[in-house]
Unconditional design. Structure first.
Length: 235
């Protein structure tokens, strides 16, 4: 199993993270000793907030029914009596100018419906994560993106926009991706106006952690270089 505690310590220090990274894993059955989520939340990304605050738990498909968009990106079939909610949500989004219907085919989705989804702070992950979600300020995101490029695992995608939850299937399919976040996610998770996301495939985490220390040190040196040039060429 991946040494998740050591990885969180290394990455949190190098990236100066103020929020804990969240490990997400898709399982066929509940991991031993992990509690099932109890309660009701309005969205799948609400589970990101709970895990970042220190909770470890697993969800089942019905825990995700309250968010039709999140259910769509995670390939969670809605029950028949709620099947119309996605179209209702999309109707509102198009009516107010938030999206165009031609945007929908470009939204990433999981290829298969998950049976169990495990959420945990990275250091406490009970199983190897499939995706790790990092929330941070742009300077931290910059370092993580540059480390992904150095490690050769960055997705060849522009920064993702709405919906934020598609960053998970996008990372699984294409590699490390950055997401600007969306208004729904920011409302449900409390993500700050000055924060954004990076989603990293679990399979690449160790290579990125090795690269991020090099990148962080390189940025420190490059900052000195640019400060000297600013002084030299500013009159």
């Amino acid at each position: 199993m991946v040494a998740c505690k050591q990885l969180e310590d290394r990455l949190a220090g190098a990236l100066r993270l103020q929020r804990r990274p969240v490990a997400v894993a898709f399982c066929v059955s509940p991991p031993p000793g992990v509690a099932q989520f109890s309660g009701v939340v309005p969205s799948g990304c609400s589970f990101w907030r709970l895990a970042a605050e220190g909770r470890t738990f697993y969800t089942v498909p019905s825990d995700h029914f309250n968010c039709p968009v999140g259910s769509y990106t995670h390939n969670v079939p809605e029950p028949e009596h709620r099947a119309a909610e996605l179209q209702q949500a999309l109707g509102l989004m198009t009516e107010v100018g938030y999206i165009k219907m031609e945007d929908i085919p470009g939204v990433f989705r999981l290829p298969n419906a998950p049976a169990i989804i495990v959420y945990a702070p990275l250091a406490d992950a009970p199983v190897d994560p499939d995706v790790v979600l990092f929330a941070g300020r742009p300077a931290s995101v910059m370092l993580l993106e540059e480390a992904s490029m150095r490690a050769g695992v960055a997705a060849q995608l522009p920064m993702l926009g709405r919906p934020t939850c598609m960053a998970i299937p996008a990372a699984l399919a294409q590699g490390t991706v950055a997401s600007a976040g969306c208004i729904g996610n920011r409302t449900y998770t409390g993500l700050g106006d000055d924060e954004m996301y990076v989603a990293v495939p679990g399979r690449d985490l160790e290579r990125i952690a090795a690269a991020v220390e090099t990148i962080a040190n390189a940025n420190t040196k490059m900052a000195e270089y640019h400060r000297e040039r600013r002084e030299l060429f500013t009159w």
